[in-house]
Write a protein that binds this ligand. Structure first.
Ligand SMILES: C[S@@+](CC[C@H](N)C(=O)[O-])C[C@H]1O[C@@H](n2cnc3c(N)ncnc32)[C@H](O)[C@@H]1O
Length: 300
C-alpha cells in the first residue's frame, strides 16, 4: 500500500478518541461482525488462559469474552485512550456486581499499538480483533501477533476489504483525485502478510454487509461518529466545500434502491494459528506465493 493511502496513526487515535462517547450508538456493523466472530469462536475448542482483545474500542467484546472465559486474563488494548476509558465504563455497567464474583478475573485495559504490542513473547492464547486491523500496518501487526501468541495460540479477526464503501469512493471520484475513503488491503495482501508472519493454517473468507441510509449526509455523519472518516496520509486537508458535498450526494443517488442508499462493506473474516505455516510456497526470490485457489477455496 502506498504511503499516501496508509492510515496516519496519531490521527487514528485522535478520531477514534473523539468518537468514543457516541460510538456504540452507530456501530451496527461492528456489533454484527463481532457477534459473528464470537459465534465462530464457539466452534473452536480452546481454553485460553490469556486473551488479547486487539483494538478493543468501547470494549463491546470484552464483556462477552470475559463471560465466556471467566478464568482467563483478558487484555483490552487500544491506541485511543478515550476508547479505553469508555471500555472500562461499559465493562463495569455490563457485568455489574458479577464482576466481583470470586473467580471472575478483571480485564486489564492497556493503551498500546497493534504494531508494537506492549506484551511479552509467547504470552497470549487467543488474539481477538474485530474490525481494528484495517487501521494498522498488517505485516507489522501480524508479526507482533505471531510474537505474542503462545505455540498453538489462535488469532481470530475481521477486517475490511477494498470494496468497502465503493459507492462513496465512486461518488467522491467525480469531485477530485484525493483518497476520501480509506484504502483497504485485499485478501491476497492479508494472506501474504499472515504467511510472512509465519502464522499457520490461515483461513480467510469474505462476507458482504450492506447498511442503508436515507441520504449521503446521514452516512457521512455515521462515519464521523464512528471515527471511521478518512485517516490516510494523502487525504485532502482543509475544508470540504458545500458544492463538493452536493456533487458527491448527487452521484451517490445512482445507487439508490428501494428508496434507500446502500453503503457496502466487504468484511473479511480470518483466523490462523501460531506456529509454522503449513501451506506456504517459498519462491527463489524469497517471496511467498499464495495461490488464488488457496484463498478462494477457503471462501464461503
Ligand atoms: C472500528 S473500532 C472496533 C472496536 C471494537 N473491536 C469493536 O468490535 O467494536 C477500531 C478500533 O481500533 C483501534 N485502533 C486503530 N488502530 C490501532 C492500532 N494501531 N493499535 C491499537 N488499536 C488501534 C481504534 O482506536 C478503534 O477503537
Amino acid at each position: 500500500m502506498s504511503e499516501a493511502f496508509k492510515p496516519n496513526k496519531s490521527l487514528v487515535a485522535k478520531t477514534f478518541g473523539r468518537a468514543a462517547v457516541h460510538y456504540d450508538d452507530v456501530a451496527v456493523l461492528q456489533a454484527q461482525t463481532g457477534d459473528e466472530l464470537l459465534d465462530r469462536l464457539s466452534l473452536v475448542t480452546l481454553e485460553p488462559t490469556t486473551i488479547l482483545d486487539l483494538g478493543t474500542g468501547t470494549g463491546r467484546n470484552v464483556s462477552a469474552l470475559s463471560a465466556r472465559y471467566p478464568h482467563a486474563s483478558l487484555y483490552a488494548l487500544d491506541i485511543a485512550p478515550n476508547m479505553l476509558h469508555q471500555a472500562k465504563q461499559s465493562y463495569r455497567a455490563t457485568l455489574g456486581l458479577k464482576r466481583w464474583l470470586p473467580k471472575q478475573k478483571q480485564p486489564s485495559f492497556i493503551a498500546g499499538d497493534a504494531e508494537q504490542l506492549p506484551l511479552a513473547d509467547n504470552s497470549v492464547d487467543l488474539v481477538f480483533a474485530n474490525l481494528s486491523l484495517q487501521w494498522c500496518d498488517l505485516k507489522q501487526s501480524f508479526a507482533e501477533i505471531a510474537r505474542v501468541l503462545r505455540p498453538d495460540g489462535l488469532l481470530m479477526f475481521t477486517t475490511l476489504g477494498p470494496d468497502t464503501l465503493y459507492e462513496l469512493r465512486e461518488a467522491w471520484a467525480t469531485v477530485d483525485d484525493y483518497p476520501h475513503v480509506n484504502v483497504f488491503y485485499d485478501m491476497h495482501d492479508i494472506a501474504e502478510a499472515m504467511m510472512q508472519a509465519k502464522l499457520a493454517e490461515p483461513v480467510l473468507d469474505m462476507d458482504k454487509y450492506v447498511l442503508t441510509y436515507s441520504n449521503t449526509m446521514a452516512l457521512m455523519k455515521d462515519l464521523k461518529v464512528l471515527g471511521a472518516s478518512n485517516v490516510a496520509h494523502g487525504r485532502r486537508r482543509g475544508l470540504t466545500t458545500r458544492s463538493a458535498l452536493h456533487k458527491v450526494a448527487a452521484h451517490y443517488e445512482q445507487f439508490r434502491t428501494e428508496n434507500v442508499l446502500p453503503a457496502s462493506y466487504e468484511v473479511i473474516f480470518g483466523h490462523a494459528w501460531a506456529g509454522q505455516p503449513a501451506k506456504q510456497v517459498q519462491r527463489d526470490d524469497g517471496s511467498i506465493a499464495v495461490s488464488l485457489d488457496q484463498i478462494s477455496g477457503l471462501s464461503k
